[in-house]
Write a protein that binds this ligand. Structure first.
Ligand code: PBG
Length: 324
């Protein structure tokens, strides 16, 4: 046959495919989310996320050093207190578990960016991301005051960045103002610009011992909407976000691509707990091949427009990439 165009020529050997690859994964782009639990002596496995643990303060430090050695680009920290209450008091206690965890990380891996989660859901007894009003609804503006206090506590503990994941209106501006007012002009804000009310967060509830009553649909976005995500992201950019995130990852690649085309700051994607657990469960059953599936999933998120990938596989994948 005489064919002018033979696209297969570019796929014939691993070396050629490597040469023409449009997207590459690099350890530096990977951020590892970690959980630290108050009062733990030993790390505790999270049943719904095989391979992921709730850390004690000492195992947190060890895992951070391991992630750094693998070349991971950053760490994200969630703290789980022993005592939860209606306003999430522990979130703003400089001796609380999250602030302590941040200090441990800052000491263990001083060169690595540390993103402290800035949200109240791990700290409230009702499990919502903010404080409630008299009618039991999440009170946006009262919550912002709590976030402002939390931002300062986390910055003072040594967080390089705060991850504003609470999905309140005006949270980026509120945190920026609070940080600047306290002299923390260098503390960055990773804004969860597009954050959906997703069932894929299911396993995370176990990871943070959350007892959420109801759901988050009155503040997180409706999975049906994409245009709305652009509005949310633009607001975060205007309010001073340094990085914007789209969350979850794989089910929202269209949103990610649209956001990446829209903004001129770095874009992150969070491949969340349920995405992790789906792949792990299928692989454990022998239904899919684990390593190629993980690499494909992350490559596709990168291809869709994320320059930063937040993933529970960060350390392991960084190790694989280093071997190559
Ligand atoms: C809220 C928060 C959640 C996740 C990260 N930050 C839960 C939620 O919004 O309901 C989920 C992450 C994951 O599922 O891996 N602080």
């Amino acid at each position: 046959m005489y064919l002018v165009q033979r696209p297969r020529r570019l796929r014939q050997t691993p070396a050629v495919r490597r040469l023409v690859a449009e997207t590459r994964l690099h350890p530096a782009d990977l951020v590892l989310p970690m959980f630290v639990v108050e009062g733990l002596d030993e790390p505790r496995p999270i049943t719904a996320m095989p391979g992921v643990v709730q850390h004690s303060l000492s195992s947190l430090a060890e895992a951070a050093v391991e992630a750094q050695a693998a070349g991971v680009g950053g760490l994200m920290l969630f703290g789980i207190p022993l005592i939860k209450d209606s306003i999430g008091s522990q979130a703003t206690d400089p001796q609380g578990i999250l602030a302590k965890g941040v200090r441990v990380l800052a000491e263990a891996v001083p060169q690595l960016p540390i993103i402290a989660d800035l949200c109240l859901d791990e700290f409230t007894d009702h499990g919502h991301c903010g404080v409630l009003d008299a009618r039991g609804r999440v009170d946006n503006d009262a919550t912002l005051l709590r976030y402002q206090e939390m931002a300062i506590v986390l910055a003072e503990a040594g967080a390089t960045m705060v991850g504003t994941s609470g999905a309140m209106d005006g949270q980026v501006a509120a945190c920026r103002t609070a940080l600047d007012g306290a002299g923390h002009t260098d503390t960055m804000i990773m804004a969860y610009g597009a954050k959906y009310a997703s069932a894929f967060y299911g396993p995370f509830r176990e990871a943070v011992d959350s007892s959420l009553q109801g759901d988050r649909r009155a503040y997180q976005q409706d999975p049906a909407n994409a245009v709305e995500a652009i509005r949310e992201v633009q607001l975060d950019v205007d309010e001073g976000a340094d990085i914007v995130m789209v969350k979850p990852g794989l089910p929202y690649l269209d949103v990610l691509a649209a956001v990446a085309a829209e903004v001129t700051i770095p874009v992150a994607s969070y491949v969340v707990s349920g995405e992790y657990s789906m792949i792990e469960a299928a692989a454990a059953n022998g239904w899919i091949s684990r390593k190629p599936t993980i690499l494909e999933a992350l490559t596709c998120v990168r291809r869709a427009g994320a320059s930063i990938l937040v993933t529970y596989w960060a350390t392991e994948v960084a190790g694989w990439l280093k071997e190559n």
